[in-house]
Write a protein that binds this ligand. Structure first.
Ligand SMILES: [Zn+2]
Length: 542
């Protein structure tokens, strides 16, 4: 039989060929692109083939137009999906596509469209599977460190205040402040929590979020709690460089009021969760101190957020972490979404001729996973995708480097042989089937499950994953056909019973666009992310 070949008319292929070939390297005429008739005669095959070819054309165009010069990124935005491993991204992409009415697999999250990606090796100096403190320190300072410490280098310093003070490393945000950029931090966790803390603080223990969390010896040795370090950042920057004359972080949005307020009910906010909202045992009201020091505006709810028109601004929207995105509407004073906070921050920061540095953390992907609740982990990943989209629309890839990555993974797996378009939160229904597959034990099984954690649980329509800690640990095979596994309150099965599901140790992805983004290619140690931002932004000098 004679094979038939057809010519593909798609201009994408032509463009691809032209972009790839450098004229000095041509030794023989370029052959016309030929595509087998088995492809051109089949609509589905043609679509896959043509979109694949277009991707290559776009990749070549991105490579050709990238600005590789040191210091070419005026603005830098670092997005961190806390605990957003690759399986989380894949599942969230499908969930997002299915919510939008598609089959799901074909969908793209906003950062799926970024032209450059690489992998990040996340281990800490002393830990194979890392935590957020050590990993964010690597990304913010360029140096890997131990698990549990923030902004300090030396491995043997955990809890040792005096030793830690001698090895504090400036962060990318601190460099940005010193070079006259505006700066912002956003987190759906407490802004004193490990990831945001690593942008501005140095601490021998990530847990020292306010003075009541610190041992007496550390206080006596002169160590300062993380919330107080947020307030005294301008003093520390001035100590590092006497010419510094600014107020520190210009925009901060997140949760964590309890670490800023005195342990006194008289200081409670109108939506305090506890009888006494504040934790501070030194009587200081850091929200008031920050306003007096900076002349800025402090807001604590959606209405306050909506009034913001200028910097500096501190928004603390919750006593502890902000709510899960799917639970946000239940807040009685209202909380802005991650996308709203990101758009507002960029709007406030981008008037500066020196540009800005902004860190945005989707902090509760991690918390959904720890609770064994994929529903919220995926929804908060979608919320991050929307925030990245907002950032891309508000900036130009000519002058703004955007990096999206995770600090570490989790042990959620994406498995079985579900058919195309099967609900990602559902039980596995095989190709050509209409009812759930049954395992050898006669029970159904979900596409998403956890290697460890609290295991099966079912709170139905409850959207607060933290409530699942009130459901007993139920490891192993517990699922029955009558359970709706797609509900927000469902807790996936887990093999190893643990109080809290753990982080995963495999690599996470890095996505990048804008000047310097080409450096995000290959397998990097996590601390290289600082050096990419430093090269692109010239943070430590041209
Ligand atoms: Zn975690």
């Amino acid at each position: 039989m004679r094979l038939l070949f057809g010519l593909l008319a798609a201009t994408a292929l032509t463009a691809c060929t032209q972009a790839t070939v450098n004229s000095t390297e041509i030794t023989e005429p370029v052959k016309a692109a030929v595509v087998p008739a088995a492809i051109t005669s089949n609509a589905s095959a043609s679509t896959w083939y043509n979109t694949g070819a277009s991707d290559i054309a776009a990749a070549n165009a991105a490579m050709a137009s990238i600005n590789t010069k040191r210091g070419s990124a005026k603005n830098i935005i670092l997005f961190v999906g806390d605990g957003m491993g690759v399986s989380t991204v894949s599942a969230a992409r499908i969930r997002d596509g299915q919510i939008k009415g598609g089959q799901g697999e074909e969908n793209q999250l906003s950062f799926d469209k970024f032209p450059f990606t690489g992998l990040s090796k996340t281990y800490n100096v002393d830990a194979q599977t890392p935590d957020s403190a050590g990993t964010m320190t690597a990304m913010m300072t360029g140096v890997k460190t131990n698990i549990g410490v923030i902004g300090i280098s030396r491995p043997e310093t955990r809890n040792d205040c005096a030793a830690a003070k001698a090895v504090e490393i400036p962060s990318a945000l601190q460099h940005a402040e010193l070079m006259g950029k505006m700066t912002g931090i956003i987190s759906t966790a407490r802004i004193t929590h490990a990831t945001p803390a690593a942008t501005y603080a140095h601490s021998a223990n990530r847990g020292w979020e306010d003075i009541s969390d610190m041992p007496k010896a550390a206080i006596e040795a002169g160590c300062i709690d993380i919330a107080a370090q947020f307030v005294n950042l301008p003093d520390r920057l001035k100590a590092a460089d006497a010419s510094y004359d600014d107020i520190g972080i210009d925009v901060a949005f997140g949760g964590g009021r309890r670490h800023f307020l005195p342990k006194d009910a008289a200081f409670n906010s109108s939506d305090a969760d506890s009888d006494i909202e504040g934790d501070r045992t030194d009587g200081r009201d850091l929200t008031k101190e920050w306003v007096e020091k900076t002349g800025g505006q402090y807001v604590m709810d959606q209405a306050g957020f909506d009034t913001i028109t200028t910097t500096p601004v501190l928004g603390l929207f919750s006593e502890s972490h902000m709510r899960y995105d799917s639970d946000r509407s239940k807040d009685n004073r209202g909380e802005p979404s991650l996308a709203q906070m990101t758009a507002k921050a960029i709007d406030l920061l981008d008037d500066n001729e020196n540009g800005f540095f902004l860190m945005v953390e989707a902090g509760r992907i991690d918390h959904g996973h720890h609770a064994g609740n994929a529903y919220n982990a995926l929804q908060d990943t979608i919320s991050l995708s929307e925030a990245v989209d907002a950032a891309r629309q508000a900036t130009s890839d000519k002058d703004t480097l955007i990096i999206v990555t995770a600090d570490h993974s989790h042990v959620m797996t994406f498995a079985g042989y579900p058919k195309r378009g099967n609900p990602i939160l559902g039980p596995v229904v095989g190709v050509g089937k209409d009812t759930p597959n049954l395992a050898d034990d006669g029970k159904p099984y979900t596409t998403l499950s956890y290697a460890n954690g609290r295991g099966f649980g079912d709170l139905g329509d409850s959207t607060d994953a933290d409530a699942l800690y009130d459901v007993d640990i139920n490891a192993g095979r517990q699922l029955t056909l009558d359970v709706d596994t797609t509900k927000p309150g469902f807790r996936q099965e887990a093999l190893v019973p643990l109080n809290s599901e753990t982080h995963g140790g495999e690599d996470v992805a890095i996505y990048a666009s804008g000047p310097g983004a080409h450096l995000v290619s290959g397998v990097h140690e996590q601390n290289v992310i600082f050096h990419i931002m430093n090269h692109a932004g010239g943070l430590t000098g041209e």
